[in-house]
Design a protein around this ligand. Structure first.
Ligand code: SF4
Ligand code: ZN
Length: 311
């Protein structure tokens, strides 16, 4: 009996029969490169349209770290909106000052904006907070992601304001969103779990949007590879301290064995958001008494970090 040819082991695209590049386990589909691109762009444009994330007249600041999610986000939004003269995209990169990591991703971001012809604004922690993240974190590396997260959020808003943006788009994907749901449960922070941070701007801050929120990380990685824009970049050296890293590995194992788990987590979040709508003291409700920025308590988180650094 002749051996089975190797090529028969590559599954075929469920739509056209060409060799598949991805198995969408939750949907039970195999897709080739062409159909993955079409499927992903269709789903993102549906998310954007159904949630009115981007509307005519918008100037969208796209948070571009240079990593794979933000690269896919800018690339995809550019494809979807390049022919819309009433929608403008501006890329905003935050340079936290992380030695041996940020240089490569900033370079990757610069290459992409040059290729797409998108305006690019860079904001650094040094310029805004007086020091690089590496310096700020001396003696407190285990708190890296919480401190970095708060400062980076502020830096992105400054970049978006400089761009004159009406929306701030971030590359959070389905994995990130599902991980956040679990992390908030593990921390016992149910208020944050049901808080819809982008929905209640009331004109006080630029609404945040997440066009990739229903796209899996592996779909994004494959999308970039198929388009020839995948780049292997270093990982942030502080990521090893993050709770997210542990939750990520646990959740991807569960998703593999029980496809659709991440989507179900998001569905549950939506149900809770609806049930608690208007009862969570949504953010932000007032202004910081020290710096005047919008915040939910008396002092904003940036001023709290400043105080803890001076101790
Ligand atoms: Fe900042 Fe943590 Fe992300 Fe590194 S892994 S860039 S410290 S949030
Ligand atoms: Zn196909």
């Amino acid at each position: 009996m002749s051996p089975e040819p190797l090529c028969t082991k590559i599954p075929a695209c469920s739509l056209c029969g060409e060799p598949a590049v991805i198995h969408q386990r939750h949907a039970g589909h195999f897709l080739c490169g062409t159909h993955l691109i079409a499927d992903l762009e269709h789903r993102v444009s549906e998310t954007v349209a159904s949630r009115q994330q981007i509307v005519p007249g918008d100037c969208v600041a796209v948070a571009l770290s240079g990593g794979k999610d933000s690269t896919a986000l800018l690339f995809l939004l550019h494809r979807l909106f390049k022919s819309h003269s009433d929608i403008r995209l501006v890329a905003v990169t935050v340079d936290e000052g992380i030695d041996g990591y940020r240089e490569a991703t900033v370079r990757s971001a610069e290459d992409l904006v040059r290729r797409l012809g998108v305006t690019h604004i860079t904001v650094s922690f040094g310029e805004l907070f007086g020091d690089s993240l590496d310096t700020i974190l001396k003696g407190r590396k285990t708190q890296a992601c919480s401190i970095c997260g708060i400062l980076r959020k502020k830096a992105l808003v400054v970049g978006a304001e400089r761009a004159g943006a009406t929306k701030l788009a971030t590359g959070h994907n389905l994995d990130d969103e599902a991980q956040s749901v679990l992390m908030n449960v593990l921390r016992g922070d149910l208020v944050r779990l049901v808080r819809n941070s982008g929905a209640d701007s009331g004109g006080r801050f630029i609404p945040r949007i997440k066009p990739l929120m229903y796209v899996q990380e592996k779909e994004i990685a494959t999308y970039l590879m198929v388009q020839g824009i995948w780049e292997d970049l270093p990982e942030c050296p502080y990521a090893i301290h993050a709770l997210r890293r542990e939750v990520r590995s646990m959740l991807s194992g569960i998703e593999y064995r029980h496809p659709g788990t991440m989507l179900r987590l998001m569905e549950n979040k939506k149900i809770l958001e609806t049930g608690f709508s208007g009862k969570t003291g949504e953010e932000p409700v007032g202004y910081c008494r020290e710096c005047g920025n919008p915040c939910s308590g008396e002092t904003c988180q940036i001023c709290q970090i400043r105080h803890s650094l001076l101790r």
